[in-house]
Design a protein around this ligand. Structure first.
Ligand SMILES: Cc1ncc(COP(=O)(O)O)c(C=O)c1O
Length: 401
């Protein structure tokens, strides 16, 4: 039986709308939605026809995106697009099955070798997204007798990986953001294996984790440090950290493609192939996405990449002069949900897309505009944003200690 698409069909005369729900589930959906709306936490999908950072809304109005994590503008770079098209012609648009079922394509292996070299690690494993890399790696290493210490502001994918680890019997401690002393205390009172999880650059604040101090504490207690380097474009992890280390990351931001990865010792990567369910039980990364990421990585590691990173750094400094530790993620505090939404709407009226980030993504009272900068913004676009914020009485500022 074919089921009609919800919302696309009109009600039968005198009957229920085909495909619609009734009864307790319909009441529950209506109640949840009304509650979110009343708290200014309701989200809607906007329509945006865009290539890279420039697009038009559904009325054909031109918009500049300060909302994309395409930090170096590589998603629209001709060499990268061409690599993706070539891969689609050679291997098709999809991988067809999981790699343990249908094998790896040469582009998966080439990408993994170059990701490992880029991160200074022995080996890497690619996943269909950065989310699935984290949500698969953490529980693959955890279980009864394992302590997982997780920064309170870690990305949802590390949080969800931690939830899975807990459901498998691991002990979990959430430490206050950046508080290395709390990590040391937790490790001190634990005699078994331990994992310490942290974003390297935090996704909603753009600040950097105290990676070196975390590494020292981990080394002292034989704990494994898992660093999520998804946003590490301006401020890379020290390549040499003095502890057991696993790096996770995404192909969707700096590399402008789609997918994620874990990098570390070969034995660990081979174990993940055998234990990481979000790798084992899902179709492999699509070859065109893998090829795009590989082409982007080669550009990033060339003088072209140096130039793009320098341009991104310049924009970050122009928008928030003197920020300690430059970052492409710039929080602009607004306070309430309504204030953040109003500021975002006003900037959209001026042709700039800057998302309002509200609870539950961030703590209540810290709603903000989250600006993401890219190397391919022009100086004029960054200046227009700075001026637009100033007109609204807003400016970048830290929301965390
Ligand atoms: C810190 C961090 N880790 C992981 C992810 C997930 O990456 P992906 O979008 O590739 O799933 C994101 C963002 O999306 C992120 O901000």
């Amino acid at each position: 039986m074919t089921r009609p698409e919800v919302g696309l069909t009109s009600p039968e005369p005198g009957g229920r709308r085909p495909g619609s729900w009734e009864g307790p589930w319909a009441e529950w959906v209506a109640g949840r939605s009304a509650k979110a709306r009343a708290r200014h936490r309701w989200r809607e999908l906007g329509q945006l026809d865009a290539l890279g950072l420039h697009g038009t809304d559904s009325n054909g109005r031109a918009l500049v995106l300060f909302s994309s994590n395409d930090y170096l503008g590589l998603s629209a770079r001709p060499e990268v697009v061409a690599a993706s098209i070539d891969a689609a012609q050679r291997w098709g648009t999809g991988a067809g099955a999981a790699r343990l079922i249908s094998g790896s394509r040469p582009v998966h292996s080439a990408l993994e070798q170059e990701l490992a070299a880029w991160k200074g690690e022995e080996a890497a494993l690619v996943y269909p997204s950065g989310y699935s890399a984290n949500v698969g790696a953490v529980p693959a290493l955890a279980g009864p007798g394992v302590l997982v210490c997780s920064d309170a502001l870690n990305h949802a994918s590390l949080v969800d990986g931690t939830r899975l680890a807990r459901s498998m019997g691991a002990e979990v401690v959430s430490y206050h953001h950046g508080e290395v002393g709390e990590v040391a205390q937790a490790l001190q009172s634990w005699s078994g294996r331990a994992l310490v999880l942290s974003d390297l650059v935090f996704s909603m604040d753009g600040d950097r984790a105290p990676a070196e101090a975390l590494a020292e504490v981990c080394a002292a207690h034989g704990a494994l440090l898992v660093l999520d380097e998804a946003h590490a474009v301006l401020d890379h992890a020290a390549t040499e950290l003095p502890c057991d280390l696993l790096r996770t990351g995404t192909l969707s931001k700096t590399l402008g493609s789609q997918g994620g990865f874990v990098a570390g010792p070969s034995e660990v990567v081979e174990l993940l192939v055998n234990r990481s369910r979000s790798f084992m039980f899902t179709t492999a990364l699509a070859p065109p996405a893998a090829a795009a990421a590989l082409a982007a990585l080669r550009l990033l590691r060339s003088p072209v990449g140096d130039g793009l990173v320098a341009a991104l750094g310049r924009h970050a400094e122009a928008l928030w002069p003197g920020r300690p530790g430059p970052s492409p993620i710039v929080p602009v505090p607004c306070g309430t949900e309504q204030a953040a939404l109003a500021a975002s709407a006003e900037l959209a009226r001026r042709g700039m897309v800057v998302p309002a980030v509200r609870p539950p993504t961030v703590p209540p009272g810290t709603s903000r505009l989250r600006v993401t900068l890219s190397a391919v913004h022009t100086d004029g676009e960054v200046e227009a944003l700075r001026a637009g914020l100033a007109d609204l009485g807003l400016q970048p500022a830290p929301l965390v200690g």
